[in-house]
Unconditional design. Structure first.
Length: 254
């Protein structure tokens, strides 16, 4: 008798482009095999995510503290981010949602609850250590985890109702290719929600923020840049929220 979590993994398998064996016995499917890294390395921050220590302190300390520093006092709390992402994606019972670069699965678990027993929340990440922690955290039976490259999503076209990518787009080697991939897997009318970097336009803040991006290996997007990229890919109803050096950008495909 399969458990519901097995059922979620089985449902995820039907959405993949490949029929290759992906079971690891670790509670997640794996498309990266022996490769330690998903895609080309981009620097220290991405490397930190693959250590064994960071996933242990990530949800409780690292993400809230660093997030507050980057968002500033006006930005949403962590709980606020999860609520906002769920609302921006307009998640409903029965939806399939993809949490790209899910880390330890904080958002994925919330999405799993929002889509109900007939829905599916897929958490995708490249780091084994992050996924091991995500699996250990448990959560709704509607959640399934996948180790794969966020830039070239291995899902069939037009298969998901929502794509979330928080705190990661700026870390990818090819963020524009990732956006192409996000648009490809979304169904027409599907929603996207992104939280990423946003450097300010005025000096000296711009210079300092750009230097910070170079040192940490992360792209500093300009304000409006991600919204424009979504528009160019056919997204409409685009909203942009800025706080500190972050932006939350959302939209609908078509
Ligand atoms: C800062 S965490 C964000 C986690 C979560 N989305 C959040 O908002 O807290 C960034 C995640 O991106 C993952 N990541 C970075 N580059 C990736 C890639 N090319 N493919 C898949 N995952 C990647 C890292 O392993 C890490 O778990």
């Amino acid at each position: 008798m399969p458990t519901r979590r097995n059922t979620a993994r089985e449902r995820l398998k039907t959405l993949l482009e490949t029929s290759a064996e992906t079971e690891t016995g670790n509670g997640y499917l794996d498309l990266l095999g022996a490769a330690n890294q998903a895609g080309p390395p981009t620097g220290i921050t991405q490397r930190l995510m693959r250590t064994t220590l960071l996933p242990r302190i990530y949800e409780r300390y690292w993400r809230p503290v660093l997030g507050r520093a980057l968002k500033g006092p006006s930005g949403p709390s962590m709980a606020g981010e999860v609520t906002l992402a769920t609302e921006l994606l307009r998640l409903r019972p029965g939806h399939t949602v993809l949490d790209v670069a899910c880390g330890t699965g904080r958002f994925t678990r919330a999405f799993g609850a929002a889509v109900g027993p007939d829905g599916l929340a897929i958490g995708l990440d490249g780091a084994r250590t992050m996924l091991a922690k995500a699996v250990a955290e448990g959560g709704p039976d509607t959640v399934a985890y996948l180790r794969a490259d966020a830039v070239r999503l291995p899902l069939k076209a037009s298969t998901v109702d929502g794509v979330c990518c928080f705190a990661a787009l700026h870390m990818f080697a090819e963020p524009e290719t990732a956006l192409d991939s996000f648009a490809r897997v979304l169904k027409p009318g599907g929603r996207i929600a992104l939280l990423t970097s946003a450097r300010r336009g005025r000096q000296p803040a711009r210079l300092i923020e750009s230097a910070g991006g170079i040192v940490s290996g992360q792209k500093m997007f300009d304000r409006g840049e991600v919204g424009a990229s979504l528009r160019a890919r056919g997204f409409t109803a685009i909203t942009e929220r800025y706080a500190g050096v972050t932006q939350i950008v959302a939209g609908r495909l078509g």
